[in-house]
Design a protein. Structure first.
Length: 217
């Protein structure tokens, strides 16, 4: 909804403060109108086609994971979820791998039969196939790699962290509930969309979600 999204509802938020008397003015009416218009103009999810390749963007923040599934640069779905205490103690590598596994699991019915390129800002994940072939693995890493093997046309590609802003925002929102799996975009994504338009991704110009055609809310 743009980089200034947090400023739009500020007059409404101020009304909830204990030290502010409730007085409904034209300023508050305008804030409501702006919020409604931004919801109307906001992202609409696209219908997926298994005959076309998918792009999957994942990220982990240390306490949450985030992912965005796209096709032809248009959003198919969103995922954001807080890690449990055990997962929060994982190494950075395992947390990033967890984000990839959880995203693939969420959309497995689509991605098992399709070509999918997974973008991650953790470069070590791009060596997963070689790691599996070079030495025997055990524990959760072995289980996760066995799970990834169920996606025969999966390709993992490195993308710089600064260019991975949408899923980065999904994984770094401090107010997420323990389970928060979306097919509609949460608030952090609203903030990230405006930022992403100023930082090109490695695959070309980032999508401008406001320009997407489709059903309006």
């Amino acid at each position: 909804m743009g980089p200034d999204y947090a400023d739009v509802p500020r007059p409404l938020v101020d009304l909830t403060r204990k030290d502010v008397s409730f007085e409904w003015t034209e300023l508050h009416k305008q804030a409501v109108r702006q919020l409604k218009q931004r919801l109307i103009d906001f992202t609409t999810l696209q219908v997926p086609y298994t005959t076309k390749p998918f792009e999957l963007y994942t990220d982990a923040s240390g306490y949450a994971i985030g992912a965005v599934l796209e096709q032809d640069g248009k959003p198919i779905g969103f995922l954001s979820q807080v890690m449990n205490p055990t997962q929060q103690r994982y190494s950075i590598y395992d947390q990033e791998l967890l984000a990839l596994v959880m995203a693939l699991d969420k959309w497995s019915l689509l991605l098992r039969v399709s070509k999918v390129t997974a973008y991650t800002d953790h470069q070590a994940l791009t060596h997963l196939q070689r790691l599996q072939a070079s030495k025997p693995l055990r524990g959760r890493t072995a289980r996760w790699l066995d799970f990834l093997a169920k996606f025969p046309d999966l390709h993992i590609t490195y993308v710089q962290g600064a260019r991975n802003q949408v899923d980065d925002a999904l994984s770094r929102h401090p107010g997420l509930p323990n389970t928060c799996s979306h097919d509609t975009p949460p608030v952090p994504l609203m903030l990230a969309i405006g930022q992403a338009s100023a930082a090109p991704r490695s695959r070309g110009r980032p999508p401008n979600y406001r320009e997407l055609a489709g059903i309006r809310l």
